[in-house]
Design a protein around this ligand. Structure first.
Ligand code: KIV
Length: 266
C-alpha cells in the first residue's frame, strides 16, 4: 500500500518516508478554511499557507506587504479546515530577516496562534541560525521576498556560480535541520541534482519533474487568476469563467425577477 493512502495524518516523517520510497509529494497553497477543507479532503499531502496570499488574496504586486498578523489569520483559518495534510506557513517578509531571535519569536507566534505544523523561510546561508529550533521548510531559487534585490522574476541559477551556491545552500539547509526544501523556477537538471544530493524531500515549482514533489498556487492552477501564466503552470480548471458565468446568471435572474421563485421563499 502506498504511504499516501495508508497515512491518517501527514507528518514530516511521512514526507521523508515518501521520498525514500520514491512516492511523489503533492502540495498546494490555501489561505482560508473553505478552500483548505476541500483541498485536504481531496487528499493533498501538504498545504502551504503561502505569502502569495499577499498577491492572490490581497491584490498586492509583491509578497512584501503581508504582515505577520495577517499570515496568522490566514493560517489559523486553514488549520481549522484540515484533518490530514501537513500545514506549512510562510514567514512573511520582515518577520525573520533581522536576527535569529526575531525569527524564533515570529515562528513561535505562528505555531502557538495557528496550530500549524511547520513554517517556511526563504534563503540559504543567511537564515541558518533560525532553523535549528523549529520545523522549517527551506525555499531556494526564485525567492519572491527578495524581488527588489534581483529586480526580476526570471528563472534563477542558470549561471554556474549561482547554481553552485544554490547546491551549497541546499546542503546547509539540510545540515541545519530543514525537513524539506522548495525550489522555485530553476533549471530542471539542477533541481534534480539537488533532489539526488540531499536526503530531505525537495518540492519544485517550475523546477521540473526530477524532484520529490510539486507545489502550485491554488488560484493559478484553478484558473481563478488569469493574468499569471508562466510556462511551468498547468491550469486544471477555468474557474474565472465558471464563477463569472454563474455571477452573470445570478444577476440576470435577479434583474428579471426569476430569482427567488415560489419554492425559494417562506
Ligand atoms: O507563497 C507561496 O505561495 C510560495 C509557493 C510559490 C511555493 O512560496
Amino acid at each position: 500500500m502506498s504511504t499516501q493512502s495508508a497515512v491518517k495524518v501527514v507528518t514530516t516523517h511521512v514526507l521523508s518516508e515518501m521520498k525514500l520510497k520514491g512516492e511523489k509529494i503533492s502540495m498546494l497553497t490555501s489561505y482560508d478554511y473553505s478552500m483548505a477543507r476541500i483541498v485536504d479532503q481531496a487528499g493533498i499531502d501538504v498545504i502551504l499557507v503561502g505569502d502569495s496570499a499577499s498577491n492572490v488574496m490581497a491584490g498586492h504586486e509583491t509578497t512584501l506587504p503581508i504582515t505577520l498578523d495577517q499570515m496568522i489569520y490566514h493560517a489559523a483559518s486553514v488549520v481549522r479546515g484540515v484533518k490530514r495534510a501537513l500545514v506549512v506557513v510562510d514567514m512573511p517578509f520582515g518577520s525573520y530577516q533581522g536576527n535569529s531571535k526575531e525569527a524564533l519569536n515570529s515562528a513561535i507566534r505562528i505555531m502557538k496562534e495557528t496550530a500549524a505544523d511547520a513554517i517556511k523561510l526563504e534563503g540559504g546561508e543567511e537564515i541558518l541560525e533560525s532553523i535549528q529550533r523549529i520545523p522549517v521548510m527551506g525555499h531556494l531559487g526564485l525567492t519572491p521576498q527578495s524581488i527588489h534585490k534581483f529586480g526580476t522574476y526570471a528563472i534563477r541559477a542558470k549561471k554556474e556560480e549561482e547554481a553552485e551556491k544554490l547546491v551549497h545552500d541546499a546542503h546547509l539547509l539540510e545540515e541545519a535541520g530543514c525537513f524539506a526544501i522548495v525550489l522555485e523556477k530553476i533549471p530542471a537538471a539542477l533541481a534534480a541534482r539537488v533532489a539526488q544530493e540531499v536526503s530531505i524531500p525537495v518540492i519544485g515549482i517550475g523546477a521540473g519533474g526530477g524532484v520529490d514533489g510539486q507545489v502550485l498556487v491554488i488560484h493559478d492552477m484553478l484558473g481563478i487568476n488569469q493574468e499569471f501564466s508562466p510556462r511551468f503552470l498547468r491550469r486544471y480548471h477555468n474557474l474565472y469563467a465558471e464563477i463569472s458565468g454563474a455571477v452573470g446568471n445570478y444577476i440576470a435572474d435577479v434583474k428579471s425577477g426569476d430569482f427567488p421563485n415560489e419554492r425559494e421563499q417562506y
